[in-house]
Each structure stands twice: as C-alpha cells, then as structure tokens.
Design a protein around this ligand. Structure first.
Ligand SMILES: Cc1cc2nc3c(=O)[nH]c(=O)nc-3n(C[C@H](O)[C@H](O)[C@H](O)COP(=O)(O)OP(=O)(O)OC[C@H]3O[C@@H](n4cnc5c(N)ncnc54)[C@H](O)[C@@H]3O)c2cc1C
Length: 383
C-alpha cells in the first residue's frame, strides 16, 4: 500500500516524493515513462564522457533562499553566472541589451547615464501595451527590436511578436549599465556533480520506490494507493476532453567536437541567421575539464515533447477549463509546469511542489525548510 503514487520524476514529482518520504515517512511510488529521473533537467555523460543536458541547457538561478536551502540538502554547488552573446550584424554582442550592446552595434561611446537618454529617444511610445511587439518597441525602439528580438521570437514561437501576449517578452531585461550577466538573481549556481546526481541523492530513501519506463496508466489498476500526485500534461490526464493545449517544442542536435573549447560563453543566440535559435557549450556550465567539448543546437518546432505552453489568450481560457476539472478531481493533486500549463523555471516548480507538501502534510513552509539538513555524504568532513 502506497500513500502516494507520484507521476513524473522531474523537479515537481521528485521534490514531493523526497519531502513526503523523508520528513513524513510516507510510502511513495514514483513513476516516469522516460528511462531516467530528472525530467527535463536530466544530464548525463555522453559517449565522449562530457556531461551534457539532454533536453537543452538548464541553469539554476533563484531569489528564494528557501528553495536554495531546500535543494542544498542534496547537492553541493558550483558558482556560475550565466552569460549570453548574440550574433548580430556580423559581431557578437551582449544580451540582455546593455550599454556595451548599443555601443558596439552603433559605434557609440555612451556612458551608463547617456544610455538611458538614448533608449528614451529611440523608444516608440505606444498607447497601450498588449503584445510582445508593443513591449519591446516601447522599451528599445524599432532598430534594436528588428536586430535583436523579432527574428528570434519568430523562430522560437513560430509567431510574430505582434501575435504574442505582452507577457512573453515582458520579462526580458534591458540594462543601462555594463552588467552582462543573463540573470540577476541572488543565487546563481549549478549542482556540483550535475542535476541527475542531485535527483539521485533526493530519491535515495527506503520509502521511495522508483519505476522508470512506466506510464502510470499501465500500473494504476494493479497498485494500492491513497492519493495521486500528477505532474504530467493536464489535458492528457483528462483524455483531451476539451481539446489539446498547444505547446511549442524543440529538436536538439547534439555534437561533440575534437577541441577543448568552441565558443566564448555558454550560449550564443542567433536571432537572424540559421534555423536554430542558439548554440550551447556545456563545459561553461559544468566547469568540466576535458580534451573534447560538446554543444547543442536548438531548433524550435511544433509537435514533439511539450516544452513551452503557448501564451495566447485562447489557450489560457482552455486551460481554465482543465484547471476547474483538476480542482474538482478528488484524491489527485496537480503540480508542475505541465500539470498547470505554465512556463516555470526550476526554482518556481520547486516552490510550487513545496507548497503542495505543506498542504499534504499540514506543516508550514518554514517548518519544511527548517527540516532541511544536508545528507551525510554532503557534510564537510569534521562537522
Ligand atoms: C529547453 C528548456 C530549457 C530550460 N532551461 C531552464 C533554465 O535554464 N533554468 C530554469 O530554471 N528552468 C529551465 N527550464 C524549465 C525547467 O525545465 C522546468 O522548470 C522543470 O523541468 C519542470 O519540472 P517538472 O517536474 O514540472 O516537469 P518535467 O521536468 O517535464 O517532468 C515531468 C515528468 O513527467 C513525466 N510524465 C508525464 N506524463 C507521464 C505519464 N503518463 N506517466 C509517467 N510519467 C509521465 C515526464 O516523462 C517527465 O519526466 C527549461 C525548459 C526547457 C524546455
């Protein structure tokens, strides 16, 4: 008899499994139809021995001390600040746009104060901000929009920014200074031995049974359990009763090169050239020292694995119908990016999973975080 069957061994399912088994002695069956734990954050050593992220680059960053403390039970960290360059008009420029981006592209020598005035001058004022095009034009003007954003967004979404919600590009920062970090969160780090090792540490507990290569629908009839925690696609759970929720997907082309280093930073974006959007070199993220290097190209597409919910008003309306159905479904808890049809970063799904654990256990979030204690294997010797 299991207390919980948990569907999906990504961040969402694994956090709930670890929390309920370790701190509340619940018996958990964790199933995933993929052959590995970790969900989309899964990493592994490829045939050359280079650590790569199978489903595209995953960079951990958060402003939540609680989330960072919680995960630090299961991994040591490697400090890493992410930097991205964009190949535009024959040169590599920093992205997010900062004063160096503008100076390089237009041959200017603006200082940080002049940058603000410059953007103010080129920005196109819009009466109302409803689309992603409105957001960007009103912030950086038409030329930067065309050079840096329009082509990338069209490739990424298969839609023009004028067809996308303001929220899609709404969170893209523009910096008046020379800060070239991609994120400005308080905590920016990568799990020292990779994401998969962190998941293995999380799930290594006698109360957790893991069943991989297993679709939950194939086993539910033969397992006794009290409640289900579901982190898969919500429309699929309900057999697409109201129709399919649209997703944008990606095809990944992984390559290993016979050189120790390929590019200056982890990610180079190609807004205007090629069919791919970006190229990632993993060794920048992992800090691995190796004679070869591995990279991945990302080609956005429709169909394929569900990666990015398409943020359009009609899809939000469709999701609301599934959300109401989820809320009315007894003994099933829906959490994670697929079950709630939201693009969430890793720290956000961890926070959401911890919130579900407070509901399941009746403990407060503070209590859950207070319970966090590093595994013996992670304690510095002598402590
Ligand atoms: C290309 C890409 C890059 C990203 N980069 C970053 C980044 O740099 N930083 C960041 O913070 N976030 C990033 N994210 C977001 C991050 O991947 C998610 O926040 C996180 O993986 C969500 O975890 P999850 O457990 O909710 O979902 P998932 O990781 O998708 O896990 C859900 C699991 O459920 C399983 N499942 C589904 N249906 C069934 C079924 N019927 N039976 C059994 N198992 C099932 C699936 O196989 C899957 O393993 C990125 C996402 C993508 C697509």
């Amino acid at each position: 008899m299991f207390d919980y069957v948990i569907v999906g061994a990504g961040f969402s399912g694994s956090v709930v499994a670890a929390q309920m088994a370790r701190n509340f002695r619940k018996r958990v069956l964790l199933v995933d139809r993929r052959p590995h734990v970790g969900g989309n954050a899964y990493d592994h050593a490829n045939e050359a021995g280079v650590l790569v992220h199978k489903y595209g680059p995953h960079i951990f960053h958060t402003n939540s001390k609680d989330v960072f403390t919680y995960l630090s039970q299961f991994t040591l960290w490697r400090e890493y600040e992410h930097r991205v360059l964009a190949w535009v008009a024959g040169q590599l420029v920093p992205i997010p746009i900062n004063v160096d981006t503008v100076n390089q592209l237009y041959g200017l020598k603006l200082d940080t104060q002049e940058m603000e005035a410059y953007l103010d001058k080129v920005a196109e004022k819009r009466a109302a901000i409803t689309t992603s095009e409105d957001v960007i034009l009103s912030r950086v003007g038409r030329d930067l929009y065309e050079k840096m954003f329009r082509g990338y967004t069209r490739k990424q979404w298969g839609l023009d920014p004028s067809q996308l919600d303001a929220s899609v590009c709404g969170r893209i920062p523009v910096r008046f200074n020379r800060d070239d970090r991609y994120f400005s969160d308080a905590y920016q780090a990568m799990p020292l031995q990779g994401f998969t090792r962190m998941f293995e540490n999380m799930l290594d507990h006698p109360n957790i049974t893991i069943s991989l290569n297993t679709d939950y629908r194939d086993i539910l009839g033969s397992v006794r359990y009290r409640e289900l925690v579901y982190t898969g696609p919500v429309d699929e759970f309900f057999d697409y009763r109201f129709g399919k929720l649209p997703y944008r997907s990606l095809e990944f082309r992984h390559e290993t090169l016979n050189v120790p280093k390929h590019q200056a930073v982890a990610v180079i974006n190609y807004p205007n050239d090629h069919d791919y959007t970006r190229v990632t070199e993993f060794k920048h993220l992992t800090g691995q020292v190796h004679a070869k290097t591995s990279i991945v190209y990302e080609y956005p597409c429709d169909g394929g694995d569900p990666y990015y919910p398409v943020p359009r008003p009609e899809n939000a309306t469709l999701y609301k119908r599934y959300e109401a159905l989820s809320a009315a479904t007894r003994r099933v808890h829906f959490t994670g990016r697929l079950a709630t049809y939201k693009y969430y970063n890793m720290d956000q799904v961890v926070a959401q999973a911890l919130a579900l654990c407070t509901k399941l256990s009746g403990s407060s979030r503070e209590e859950l975080v207070r319970m966090a204690a590093p595994l013996d294997a992670l304690r510095p010797t002598g402590s």
